[in-house]
Design a protein around this ligand. Structure first.
Ligand code: FE2
Length: 135
């Protein structure tokens, strides 16, 4: 998946973190297409654990600063994503890497890019533009 300008919300720090995520996810998707997903899954999950703490912190801080009306709903999506990452990590730890966990992570990440970054995060940028237009 390639980065598109349309993914940008117009806040450099957040856009930069999103681009960084896409690079990492592409590495995982490539590994999956080359039947090497199982070798990448632990590294990807570890990356996601650290990344989500920093990135969701930045995004939620921004939403708080601008008084974003859908902060609570957005936070819930972040929390659900973190929960999925932790569940997958736990599954890998207790049962080892399986095709199923690899597929689940692949699906979760694809869905995250398409529905969360491309739709929900965009709303933050849209809201900021609206506020600027009103000012
Ligand atoms: Fe978000």
């Amino acid at each position: 998946m390639a980065w598109r300008e349309s993914y940008e919300i117009g806040v450099e720090k957040i856009d930069c973190q999103h681009r960084q995520l896409l690079v990492k996810l592409n590495e995982f998707f490539d590994a999956c297409s080359n039947q090497q997903g199982h070798e990448k899954i632990e590294e990807t999950l570890k990356f996601l654990k650290d990344y989500t703490i920093e990135h969701f912190g930045s995004e939620e801080g921004l939403m708080n600063d601008i008084h974003f009306p859908e902060l609570a709903e957005h936070q819930k999506e972040h929390a659900d994503f973190v929960k999925t990452v932790l569940e997958l990590e736990e599954a890998v730890k207790t049962k080892g890497v399986s095709v199923l966990t690899t597929i689940k992570l692949n699906r979760t990440l694809t869905d995250w890019l398409i529905t969360h970054i491309n739709k929900c995060d965009k709303l933050i940028g849209d809201y900021m533009a609206e506020q600027r237009a009103k000012a």
